[in-house]
Design a protein around this ligand. Structure first.
Ligand code: SF4
Length: 386
């Protein structure tokens, strides 16, 4: 029997409706998980294999034009193009550092902006993805923490960052050996476990073997330690976990990472001990920002290794990346080396993260703030000349 050509009215979730533009009421397929896409096809009286075909075009080939989907019959392509779309985030600004780091400021359909950063290294390329517009957690050393939380990103906006970067770097189709982006970290703006449902949908799309097919071993989710979602994250996604520790006493962590008042160090570390699939092959990463004379003494290092004893772990030491108005300074190289030596002697890898992209407002959230300042001053100029 011939497949009916669908005549449609949009009934997808409202968050999907306006993704590409506020006045575009076509249903956005970007960010629909597999089951949601199958359900959408069923709503159009289309068989399941149409969802498989679309999935391949959208997530394996990176195609946004239904007309280019040559495995679909022409009438179906035309019908879908009238009622559906596959959106892309708009690039608001793009900066490339001398060291190869690239930072994108993406403009969302509602005008909000988010940052995504690509960090190339000799043997891999890592994309740092945002999960929220702004952040509620106000970590004291973090520039994004100075921006108020506007909203959670949709699943489409999360996976859309990766896809827009694939477009920019010509990194389609998925599955090639010579890819630029080989791993992702959910470590950009926002606390991903405060937007867990959408992050889960987006990461399942990213891991799906018929599409982008990025292995869970190449995905790291970074959290301040939101206990209620940590276990679910391990059970449902089994991605690598990074925990923003940054201090060895609750007294200091209450200041640096204020959510510590709700989820203190001992409880977060206990959740790390119980994190599914934490093994020596898949260690938990503890992020530790090095702040001069605040948390960087050898005694702090000794306390740190005692705290994490028994957890398959490594410790990422992050030289603080100063931003205008921050009250902290970067630890000296000597202090960082001495700290790393103590951690290494205890048997933990303790790589020092190389400062990257310092010439391009690389501190998380800085580009968004600069863009907002620019728009404010343009509005002021316009008002003054009006
Ligand atoms: S470090 Fe992460 S969780 Fe803390 S304020 Fe910055 S973006 Fe939010």
């Amino acid at each position: 029997m011939a497949e009916p050509t669908p005549r449609l009215a949009p009934t997808a979730p409202s968050s999907q409706l306006l993704a590409a533009g506020q006045n575009d009421y076509r249903i956005d397929l970007l960010g629909l998980g597999r089951d949601a896409l199958i359900a959408e096809m069923a709503r159009l009286s289309l068989p399941r294999f149409r969802a498989d075909q679309l999935w391949h075009w959208i997530y394996h080939r990176g195609v946004t034009d239904f007309n280019a989907m040559t495995t679909l019959a022409k009438p179906l392509r035309m019908a879908l193009a009238e009622t559906h779309q596959i959106s892309r985030l708009a690039v608001s600004r793009r900066q490339e550092s001398d060291d190869g780091t690239i930072k994108w400021l993406f403009r969302l359909a509602d005008g909000n902006e988010i940052e995504t950063v690509f960090i190339p290294e000799d043997d891999r390329g890592t994309l740092c993805i945002s999960s929220q517009v702004g952040c509620t957690l106000n970590c004291h050393f973090c520039h994004t923490g100075t921006q108020r939380l506007v909203r959670n990103l949709t699943a489409g906006e999360i996976v859309g960052q990766l896809m827009a970067v694939f477009d920019d770097l010509s990194d389609w189709p998925s599955g090639r050996d010579d890819r630029y982006v080989t791993s992702i970290v959910m470590m950009g703006m926002g606390e991903p476990l405060y937007n867990y449902d959408n992050v889960r949908t987006a990461l399942k799309i990213i891991m799906d073997e018929a599409g982008i097919a990025l292995s869970r071993r190449r995905i790291t989710l970074s959290t301040t330690g939101i206990l209620p979602q940590m276990q679910a994250c391990g059970d449902e996604l089994a991605v690598n976990l990074a925990v923003s520790l940054h201090a060895v006493t609750d007294e200091l962590r209450d200041i640096l990472v204020p959510i510590n008042r709700k989820y203190p160090i001992a409880d977060v570390l206990q959740a790390c001990r119980e994190y599914p699939r934490a093994t020596n092959a898949r260690r938990i990463t503890f992020e530790y920002v090095m702040l001069k004379d605040v948390n960087d003494s050898p005694a702090d290092a000794e306390a740190l290794v005692k705290l994490i004893a028994g957890i398959p772990a490594k410790v990422n030491l992050i030289p603080f990346n100063p931003w205008p108005g921050s009250v902290y300074e970067t630890s000296s190289d000597a202090a960082i080396e001495a700290f790393a030596r103590v951690v290494m002697r205890a048997g933990y890898a303790s790589p020092v993260r190389k400062p990257r992209g310092r010439d391009i407002l690389a501190a998380c959230g800085q580009l968004k703030s600069a863009s907002e300042r620019l728009r404010r001053s343009q509005r002021q100029d316009q008002a003054e000349t009006a």
